[in-house]
Ligand binder design. Structure first.
Ligand code: ZN
Length: 179
């Protein structure tokens, strides 16, 4: 694992997301999210350098002004391709983007599926643990949608999938207690 390249990816993502906050999540700095996604992958035994770097950078194309060329120059084409696989096309409507995440999931590469699952785990944990002005109904809808995306991503890492299931179970328990 190229330690220097990992540090460069963290700094690159921090710089790109520096003025962003997690929407609705009480001003939490955006960078906390991709770092947690990479931590989940690492905790679940993932050691592939390209995967870890792409997970740190997974939202820079979708949510910042970062270009594909910038990623290719700094981290290579494979990392760029992987990020593109998990980037929504913001030109499409919200509903269509959500639908596409479900329908495209089975056709993603293994590494893209891993990022997708870790991303959903992280988002669900945040939705449950951070103060968030979402109704329980909206939170449940997000969890249901995530489960559909997850179904198309299965078969890539048993520990990661077990963590997803555990997160869903704990989240549903917490939501039921609140309602
Ligand atoms: Zn994300």
């Amino acid at each position: 694992m190229d330690f220097n390249l990992i540090i460069n990816a963290i700094v690159f993502a921090a710089e790109k997301h520096k003025y962003q906050r997690r929407k609705g999540f009480n001003q939490v700095p955006y960078i906390n999210h991709p770092l947690k996604v990479s931590q989940i992958l690492s905790d679940c035994g993932e050691k592939d350098e390209m995967l870890i770097i792409a997970s740190i950078l997974h939202d820079v194309i979708e949510d910042t002004d970062t270009t594909e060329d910038e990623i290719i120059c700094n981290f290579g084409k494979k990392v760029c391709d992987l990020i593109l696989e998990v980037s929504d096309d913001k030109k499409l409507s919200y509903d269509l983007r959500k639908e596409l995440q479900i329908t495209s999931a089975p056709g993603l590469s293994e590494n893209a599926k891993k990022i997708r699952i870790a991303d959903k785990i992280c988002n669900i944990k945040d939705i449950i643990s951070y103060p968030l002005i979402w109704s329980n109904k909206r939170k449940l809808k997000y969890i249901e949608w995530s489960q559909k995306v997850f179904t198309g991503c299965r078969g890539v890492n048993p520990d990661l999938e077990a963590l997803f299931m555990k997160t869903i179970e704990e989240s549903l328990n917490k939501l039921q207690k609140r309602s």
